[in-house]
Design a protein around this ligand. Structure first.
Ligand code: SAM
Ligand code: SF4
Length: 324
């Protein structure tokens, strides 16, 4: 079992399998983003070995994220391997949805249990502005296909920004209700420098989102927690969950149960801090020390983060490296 020095049990690993993406979302990447060289990225076999070690140490849930995981070649191989790990209870995927139309069935066959799909707007022109290269219709048909092949409890992730999509909060919830989806609203986190916008200017807090929703829906707060950062609500009479991830307005570090593996093999102990351990070096030079290195890394997990949108970002990693 992995326990950090503050007594938190670490049972959730998020893995970024690539820093590459077919989109260039304005809150995640800069327009002319440079990607890592191929030899800097962990191979799928290395990822599998690290994940297996974590599961052996008590990790029960793995989320595959990126960049866009579904643009990584042979990614289904990894899902198949991970889904067979003894002790792993949940294998889940975060995706931008662009490839789901063709890949949803294979993902289901290879053991992915749940999907989070990013969707910030229901307007095609806005979708193109926010993602720079994406097409809304691909994502919408991907969602339909995922439902058709039997994925249940699909969750939409929406990053809400003032003057970009904050006027669509009600529409996004109505879409979730109509399509039988859950939805989580996320405050933009200051990861990496963005030329496209001033983060404090576009910041739209979860409290503001909630206030907007309360004017249209009767909401009740759910007491249940998944051990993660999200707070959940439900509309009275509906089964869809509405979540909020609020790294600025609500600090959720006390119950943090997760660590992240970046595409280049850095183990990040906190999304909002730079503490990390180079597992690529360990696995390439002395793989027999992998388990011990992971155990020791728990001592580096900080108590928490302290994002400040009024200042330049303290974290120079971009979200596509970190994996959301
Ligand atoms: N490409 C996939 C996708 O978009 O779902 C997976 C990777 S993406 C980095 C994971 C999640 O992080 C997405 O839901 C995205 O909206 C969110 N995200 C990206 N940049 C963010 C930021 N600066 N602040 C908050 N969330 C962010
Ligand atoms: Fe790609 Fe996801 Fe980042 Fe958008 S949020 S650029 S889809 S990795």
């Amino acid at each position: 079992m992995l326990i950090d020095k503050f007594g938190r049990k670490i049972n959730y690993l998020r893995i970024s399998v690539t820093d590459r993406c077919d989109f260039r979302c304005i809150y995640c990447m800069d327009e002319k983003m440079r990607f890592l060289a191929r030899d800097q990225i962990l191979t799928l076999e290395e990822i599998e070995q690290i994940a297996r070690t974590f599961v052996h140490l008590g990790v029960e849930k793995i989320r595959i994220t990126g960049g866009e995981p579904l643009v990584r070649r042979n990614i289904l191989w990894l899902f198949e391997k991970l889904s067979q790990l003894n002790g792993l209870k949940e294998l889940v995927l975060t995706t931008n949805g662009s490839q789901l139309k063709t890949m949803a069935q294979d993902l289901r066959n290879s053991g992915v249990k749940r999907l989070n799909i990013s969707l910030d707007t229901l307007k095609e022109d806005r979708f193109q502005k926010i993602t720079r290269t994406g097409h809304l219709s691909d994502v919408l048909s991907g969602i339909q296909q995922a439902k058709k092949v039997g994925f249940k409890k699909i969750k939409i992730n929406s990053v809400i920004m003032k003057n970009r999509n904050a006027d669509e909060i009600i529409d996004l919830v109505n879409f979730a209700i109509a399509e039988d989806l859950d939805i989580t609203f996320i405050e933009e986190m200051p990861l990496g420098l963005m030329a496209e916008h001033d983060r404090s200017e576009v910041f739209y807090s979860s409290d503001e989102v909630l206030k907007d929703l309360k004017q249209h829906f009767d909401l009740i707060e759910l007491l249940e927690t998944t051990g993660g950062p999200a707070k959940y609500y439900q509309i009275i009479g509906k089964s869809n969950k509405i979540g909020f991830i609020s790294p600025h307005s609500h600090n959720f570090c006390d119950t943090c149960n997760r660590v992240r593996l970046t595409a280049e093999g850095r183990l990040l102990l906190c999304l909002g801090q730079e503490h990390s351990v180079d597992l690529r070096k360990t696995i390439r030079t002395c793989p027999e020390q992998l388990e011990q290195t992971i155990r020791k890394s728990m001592d580096l997990k900080p108590q928490g983060h302290d994002f400040n949108i009024q200042e330049q970002p303290m974290i120079f990693r971009y979200m596509n490296h970190t994996g959301g």
